[in-house]
Design a protein around this ligand. Structure first.
Ligand SMILES: Nc1ncnc2c1ncn2[C@@H]1O[C@H](COP(=O)(O)OP(=O)(O)OP(=O)(O)O)[C@@H](O)[C@H]1O
Ligand SMILES: [Mg+2]
Length: 388
């Protein structure tokens, strides 16, 4: 590890290497695909920055534009408008007419499909980017050896990719991505072809490697747990756009929209009508009772149709009869033991809700129970807000 750290690539020139400037910067990026079915706006005015050493994860559903964004940064796709800088150097600018090809962007990429050369040995695959960078041949072998050891494949230099498991091949792809030590690695769902155990182990190894080497990464996944585990910050994507960008806990606790609240983690939704605004809070009348919660953007007019939203763990089991704000009664329909807690399906009126409680809460199915919810754990959004 120290060998890699001790051999930084000469970055030279007017770039961001010596400063805190972002390693990757995307500004107002738009990409439209013309297809037989018509125009599809795959990216609509997307902006983000990846700081030095940062792991930024793009999390979003299938087809929202994650791969397209990554391919634009890599230079494999030409955007319609916007700007991209890597290491402070402009690699794409529609206004200035700049487009640098992938090999001149000083970054590496790891794909879902490993993308190794089948006719080359593991060692030759990893040496490939170093040869392209014209690293002196005497330096190549020790560097290949170092990264192979880092990914736990010290004895595999002369093996061929076809003789290895998926997890091992992805380790080779990882070694190839970090061997040139360019400082920026793009990942497109690199673990999604692997089984759960291997995926989790590689995830931990990836984190360790990132800490040790200090590269910046833009990492695409549609797996929430993976995003939470790997990200310094997460950009939650909707179709062609970034719906919210922030730390994982911030996104979970303070979703800025119904879309984000529903995409990240589980949420309960109750429909109602706005009664009043009260500073950062709003009061909403619903068939389950009156609720006070944190008002999201565009919650303003009395009588507005509203969705009140809360996480399963936000509901607290109470002994007494619901009387005031933020309480509701519900019938226990189904209980599932999940090791550390119980997950209950309860029904209030006609509304099914999911709540989680400590595993000591033994109650028979069919019992009527009372719950309260802290106003700070309730989010309130306009009902007409798009949820995709
Ligand atoms: N070369 C292309 N030609 C036409 N449409 C394309 C092309 N590449 C992507 N698209 C469309 O752009 C949209 C975004 O695709 P993209 O591959 O970026 O999605 P994604 O978020 O990576 O999805 P997934 O999670 O399934 O990989 C999709 O609707 C896709 O059909
Ligand atoms: Mg994709």
């Amino acid at each position: 590890m120290t060998m890699l750290a001790a051999k930084p690539v000469q970055t030279g020139g007017a770039d961001a290497s010596a400063t805190n400037a972002p390693r990757v910067s995307v500004r107002n990026l738009t990409k439209v695909f013309e297809t037989k079915r018509g125009r599809h706006v795959a990216l609509d005015n997307v902006s983000l920055d990846v700081a030095a050493g940062e792991s930024l994860v793009l999390l979003g559903p299938s087809g929202c534009g994650k791969t397209t964004l990554l391919r634009c940064v890599a230079g494999l796709e030409r955007p319609d408008s916007g700007e991209i800088t890597v290491h402070g150097q402009t690699v794409f600018s529609s206004s200035a007419g700049i487009y640098r090809p992938p090999e001149h962007r000083r970054l590496s990429m790891v794909f879902q499909s490993y993308a190794l050369w089948p006719h080359m040995t593991v060692g030759e695959n990893i040496a490939y980017p170093l040869k392209n960078l014209r690293v002196p041949s005497g330096d190549i072998e020790p560097r290949v050896k170092t990264v192979l050891e880092m990914v736990g494949l010290g004895s595999f230099a002369s093996a061929y990719p076809g003789q290895m498991s998926g997890g091992q091949q992805q380790r080779v792809a990882l070694a190839r991505a970090i061997v040139s030590n360019e400082g920026v690695v793009l990942f497109d769902e690199p673990l999604s072809n692997l089984d759960a155990k291997v995926r989790e182990r590689l995830r931990v190894e990836l984190l360790t490697m990132q800490r040790d080497i200090g590269f910046s990464s833009l990492y695409v996944t549609h797996d929430q747990a993976e995003a939470m585990a790997l990200a310094d910050r997460i950009a939650v994507m909707g179709v062609g756009r970034i719906a919210q960008l922030g730390k994982g806990d911030e996104i979970y606790r303070r979703p800025l929209s119904r879309y984000v609240a529903n995409f990240v983690g589980k949420s309960n939704e109750i429909a109602g009508t706005l009664k009043a605004r009260d500073g950062d809070y709003a009061v909403v009348e619903t068939p389950l009772g009156v609720f006070r919660g944190k008002a999201g953007p565009n919650v303003q007019g009395d009588g507005q149709s509203i969705i009140v939203l809360f996480r399963p763990e936000a509901a607290t089991l109470e002994r007494d009869i619901p009387a005031t704000h933020n309480r509701f009664a519900a019938t226990l329909k189904h209980s599932t033991f999940l090791g550390t807690h119980l997950e209950w399906i309860v029904v209030s009126g006609h509304t099914p809700l999911v709540v989680t409680v400590g595993d000591r809460a033994a109650h028979p199915e069919g019992e009527t129970l009372h719950f309260s919810i802290d106003p700070n754990l309730m989010q309130i959004f306009p009902a007409d807000e798009a949820i995709s």
